[in-house]
Write a protein of this length. Structure first.
Lengths: 243, 259
C-alpha cells in the first residue's frame, strides 16, 4: 500500500513539472486521451443533451406554455453541470479502464521494477505523462463536449419543437465564472481518473485475473470520485454565489 | 483519417451486430427456460452484494447533484413549490437512472466482462463445452439475467436514496423546507413517472449485460489471450455499455411522455 502511494506521489510530483517530461511520451498519451475519446465524448454528451433538451422543452410547454427560457438555461447547464459530468464519466470508463489495464500489465510483468532498476524512472516516463495528458485532455474534451451539447440541444429543439437555433442559442447566459467552474471540474475529473487508474494498476499482482480486477477497480473508483467531486463543487459553487 | 474512421465504424457495426445476435440467442434461451436458474440466483446475489456499497455512495453523490441542480432554479425563479416534483422526476426517471446506469456499467458490467474474459483466455469456456455443457446458458446468460435483476433491485432503493439526499441537501444548503418538498412529490408526481424510470433502468441493465458479456466472451475468438487482452476487454465492455446506456436514454426520452 505504502509503495503504491509512494509511486502515485512520485508520478504526481513528476506531473507537476510537466515541462521536464519526455515530449514523445506526453504527445502519445495526449493522442490516446483526446482524439481517440472525441467520438465517444460527442456521442455521450450529445445523447444526454438531446434527452434533457427535449424533456425540458416539453415540460416547459406543458406547464408554462413557453419555451423561450430553455435556451439560456440549457447552455448554462451544459457549461456548469452536465457537460463536465458526462465528460468525466466517459473518461472514467474509456481512459481509466485502459490506463489501469496498461499499468497493471506492466506491474504484474515486473516491467516497472525493471525500468526502475535500470534508472529509467517509470514514474516520470510512464505514469506522469498519463496524468498530465488526462488533466489537459479532460479540459480539451470538456470544451468539445460543450459544443456537442449545444449543437444537440439546437438540433433537438429545431426538429421536435420547431424552435429556431438562433432563438435557442444564448451565449450571453454563460458567465466567465461558469467557464472557470467547467475547466476546474474537467481538470479535477482528469486528476481523479489518473489517481484511480494508477492506484488500481499498481496494486495488480499475478497476471490476467489481477489485470481484469485492476481495470474494474479503476473504473469504479473513477466514476465514484467524479460523482462526488461534481456534487461537492456544485455545493461550493452554490454557497459562493448565495447572497 | 478516413481509413481510421471507416475501421472504427466497421468495428462498432460488428459489435452492434454481435450484440443483436447475442440478444436474440438470450431471448430464445430465456423463453425456453434454458438459463441455469440456480446459477442466475447465485450471480444476482453476488453482483448485488458486490455493487451495494458503490450504489449507496453513488446515490448520495447523485442526490447532491440533483439537489444543486434544482436549488439553482428555486433560487432564480422562487419555485420552491415544484422543487420536490422536479427532484423526483430527476431522481426516479431522468438523471438518477442515467447516472446509476453508468454505475451499473462501472461495477457490474466491468466485473462481468473481466470474469468472462479470464474464463475465455484460460480456456475454461472450452472446458465446460468439452464436458458437454453449453457455456452460454450455464455461464454467460445467468450473468446477463443477473445484471438485469440487479438493475431492477437497485432502482427503487437507490432512486429513493437519491431523492432523500436531494431533499436533505436542499434543506441544509438552500432554504427549501422538507415538508414543501414532500408535499410537492405527493401532489405532482404520477405513477407513470416511476414506471418510466423502472423501464429505463431495466433496459440499461439489458444493455450493460449484453455489452459486458459480449466483450468478455469475445476474448475466446481472439488470438491474443494475454493479461493485456483482459484489460482491453474490460475497456471495450465499459465503452460499449456507456454508449449503449446514453443512446438508450436518449431514445426513451424522445419516445416517452412528459410524466
Amino acid at each position: 500500500m505504502s509503495a503504491r502511494v509512494a509511486s502515485l506521489g512520485g508520478a504526481s510530483r513528476a506531473a507537476l513539472t510537466w515541462w521536464r517530461l519526455p515530449p514523445g511520451a506526453l504527445l502519445q498519451r495526449l493522442d490516446e486521451v483526446v482524439p481517440r475519446s472525441v467520438p465517444l465524448v460527442i456521442v455521450t454528451v450529445a445523447a444526454v443533451g438531446c434527452a434533457l433538451a427535449d424533456q425540458a422543452a416539453r415540460q416547459a410547454l406543458r406547464l408554462l406554455g413557453d419555451q423561450s427560457f430553455i435556451g439560456p438555461e440549457y447552455i448554462v447547464l451544459g457549461v456548469e453541470e452536465f457537460g463536465p459530468l458526462v465528460v468525466a464519466l466517459t473518461l472514467s470508463l474509456r481512459v481509466g479502464a485502459g490506463f489501469a489495464a496498461e499499468i497493471a500489465t506492466l506491474q504484474s510483468e515486473s516491467t516497472l521494477d525493471a525500468m526502475a532498476l535500470f534508472g529509467q524512472e517509470p514514474a516520470r516516463r510512464v505514469l506522469a505523462p498519463m496524468g498530465v495528458a488526462l488533466v489537459l485532455g479532460a479540459v480539451a474534451l470538456g470544451l468539445v463536449g460543450f459544443v456537442a451539447w449545444e449543437l444537440a440541444g439546437m438540433a433537438t429543439l429545431l426538429l421536435r419543437s420547431e424552435v429556431s437555433p438562433f432563438t435557442f442559442f444564448h451565449p450571453e447566459a454563460v458567465r466567465g465564472a461558469g467557464v472557470v467552474l467547467m475547466i476546474l471540474k474537467c481538470a479535477a475529473a482528469g486528476a481523479i481518473v489518473f489517481a484511480a487508474a494508477t492506484h488500481a494498476g499498481l496494486a495488480a499482482r499475478g497476471g490476467a485475473v489481477a489485470v481484469g480486477e485492476a481495470a474494474t477497480k479503476a473504473v469504479v473508483g473513477a466514476v465514484l470520485g467524479c460523482l462526488i467531486m461534481s456534487a461537492a463543487l456544485d455545493m461550493l459553487w452554490f454557497l459562493a454565489r448565495s447572497p | 483519417m478516413l481509413v481510421a474512421l471507416g475501421e472504427a465504424v466497421g468495428r462498432r457495426a460488428g459489435d452492434i451486430g454481435a450484440l443483436l445476435l447475442s440478444a436474440r440467442r438470450a431471448l430464445i434461451a430465456g423463453s425456453r427456460l434454458r438459463v441455469d436458474l440456480t446459477e442466475t440466483l447465485r450471480q444476482t446475489d453476488r453482483l448485488f452484494v458486490d455493487a451495494l456499497p458503490l450504489f449507496t455512495v453513488a446515490s448520495v453523490a447523485v442526490g447532491g447533484v440533483v439537489a444543486m441542480q434544482g436549488l439553482n432554479y428555486v433560487a432564480r425563479y422562487s419555485a420552491s413549490e415544484v422543487f420536490g416534483w422536479a427532484a423526483a422526476m430527476s431522481a426516479y426517471r431522468d438523471v438518477g437512472p442515467l447516472l446509476l446506469g453508468c454505475g451499473l456499467a462501472a461495477r457490474v458490467g466491468a466485473r462481468t466482462t473481466a470474469e468472462l474474459a479470464v474464463m475465455a483466455a484460460r480456456d475454461r469456456l472450452d472446458a465446460v463445452r468439452a464436458l458437454g455443457i453449453d457455456p452460454e446458458p450455464a455461464v454467460v446468460w445467468p450473468r446477463l439475467v443477473a445484471t438485469v435483476a440487479c438493475s431492477v433491485l437497485f432502482w427503487a432503493p437507490a432512486c429513493t436514496l437519491v431523492l432523500a439526499v436531494a431533499f436533505v441537501v436542499a434543506s441544509l444548503v438552500g432554504d427549501q423546507r422538507l415538508a414543501t418538498s414532500v408535499w410537492s412529490v405527493a401532489s405532482y408526481v404520477h405513477a407513470s413517472t416511476l414506471l418510466q424510470g423502472l423501464v429505463r433502468m431495466v433496459l440499461f441493465g439489458v444493455v450493460v449485460g449484453l455489452a459486458s458479456c459480449h466483450a468478455g466472451v469475445a476474448v475466446a475468438t481472439s488470438e491474443d489471450r494475454s493479461a493485456g487482452a483482459i484489460g482491453r476487454a474490460v475497456y471495450a465492455g465499459a465503452v460499449l455499455s456507456l454508449a449503449g446506456v446514453v443512446m438508450t436514454n436518449a431514445v426513451l426520452s424522445l419516445l416517452g411522455g412528459t410524466g
